[in-house]
Ligand binder design. Structure first.
Ligand code: HEM
Length: 389
């Protein structure tokens, strides 16, 4: 069944857990018109998978009428996969990722309190990408304000002009700083991923500054920060609210990778993604015309009972690799190695460095907020601070 006249929207379901709404759509109306998103919301696992996999019939398009490909080099997918390959990431895990985790935890460990989003999760992934691509610590505030403005845009309805304007202003500042850093790197190359990007060629020609700025500031910083931020918050929230889970992880830290995988399925940070139809198509019996905006509900797909047994149970023994939190096919997230490392190392470090972790019962309680990107926040943690001499 499909509907053209739904009066409800994903935007009207938050804050709060949207899973009942998505269950209902998946069962009764798996391809439904969302009047605020102005596109069809696709909710069954098989349909979400096919739409995200099939690049011939479905193109990337974030919003109705958006031009996606400006300043994108043709080989962008190859570029991302090269930059974020294991070969590039692994040598930087201790020197950048673990070092940054330790610094953020060091700042809070003596206090006995941490608000996960502000004190840790928002900063970590943005700092890591900044450091990978030539920025330094003095750039961190700019990085965060740019990230916040783009995040607001990502989570806003398509007609939120003031939010779009702020995002454009922050983007201009970020891009002009990146242009300076690129010029410095050209003059004095250093061993980092920005230098690798500067040295890459396409059809024998180097990338332009504009292309490099787009890759770093628009693609990698955006794609690789908010997603990890939200995943950290979501994982910490479930770890501390699902009975017995925290104790199990403390007793056996080798369960952390399985925990992270299940947390990614359970609360994918990217809840919906987008495509547009390249031709007339039919999805779950619903005819859809060429050039129609689609939104794929990854959150719904990951809880489709036809694919995941008892999908509402957080199960550390679930077979790995079925969820589509990182998408599938050609556009599968090239940052998935880095993201998984950041998550596993963060959770392992929070567990080992901050004893007796718990949510502060007297502070504001976490809510599940956002639409396209969703996270639990704020999460005020208490833990045992080291005793003074
Ligand atoms: C838990 C964290 C993350 C999640 C859940 C996630 C998820 C996704 C998803 C769903 C897509 C869309 C794929 C599609 O169009 O089919 C994507 C694309 C992308 N992600 Fe991630 N991502 C995460 C972390 C990262 C990180 C850490 C980076 C880089 C530092 C990154 C870089 C990218 C890039 C560059 C794309 C665009 C790929 C393309 O257009 O071909 N992501 N990601």
């Amino acid at each position: 069944m499909t509907t053209q006249d739904a009066t409800n929207s994903l935007y009207l379901q938050t804050p709060g857990e949207t899973f009942d709404y998505l269950d209902d759509l998946r069962r009764n109306c798996p391809v439904s018109w969302d009047p605020i998103l102005r596109g069809y919301l696709v909710t069954k696992f098989d349909d979400v998978y096919n739409v995200m996999f099939d690049n011939a019939r479905f193109r990337l398009q974030a919003r109705p009428e958006e031009q996606y490909q400006e300043h994108q080099p043709k080989g962008r997918v190859r570029t991302f996969n090269h930059l974020l390959s294991l070969k590039n990431i692994q040598p930087r895990l201790q020197s950048v990722v673990q070092a940054e985790i330790d610094l953020l935890i060091d700042a809070k460990a003596p206090t006995g309190h941490m608000e996960v989003y502000d004190d840790f999760a928002e900063k970590l992934p943005a700092h890591i990408i900044g450091l990978f691509f030539g920025l330094d610590r003095a750039d961190f505030p700019l990085l965060l304000s740019y990230r916040r403005a783009r995040h607001a845009l990502f989570n806003s309805p398509p007609d939120a002009e003031d939010i779009a304007r702020t995002a454009r202003e922050e983007q201009r500042k970020m891009e002009s700083r990146m242009a300076e850093v690129i010029a410095d790197h050209r003059a004095n190359p250093v061993d980092d991923l920005l230098t690798q990007l500067i040295e890459m060629t396409e059809d024998g020609a180097p990338l332009t500054d504009e292309q490099i700025v787009t890759i770093v500031a628009r693609d990698l910083l955006m794609a690789g920060s908010e997603t990890v931020t939200n995943s950290i918050c979501n994982a910490v929230y479930r770890m501390l609210t699902i009975p017995g889970l925290y104790d199990k992880l403390v007793a056996d830290p080798s369960l952390v990778p399985a925990f992270v995988e299940e947390a990614l399925r359970f609360d994918p940070p990217v809840q919906i993604f987008w495509r547009a139809t390249e031709e007339d198509v039919e999805i779950s019996g619903c005819p859809i015309a060429k050039d129609t905006q689609l939104y794929t509900s990854i959150a719904s797909a990951n809880r489709d009972p036809e694919v995941f047994s008892e999908p509402k149970v957080f199960d550390l023994t679930r077979p790995k690799g079925k969820h589509i939190t990182f998408s599938v096919g050609l556009h599968k997230c090239p940052g998935h190695f880095l993201a998984r490392y950041e998550l596993e190392m963060s959770i392992a470090s929070l567990l080992s460095r901050l004893p007796n972790l718990r949510i502060d019962p007297d502070a504001e309680q976490p809510q599940y907020v956002g639409v396209a990107l969703r996270n639990w926040g704020p999460i005020h943690l208490l833990f045992d601070a080291p005793k003074g001499d």
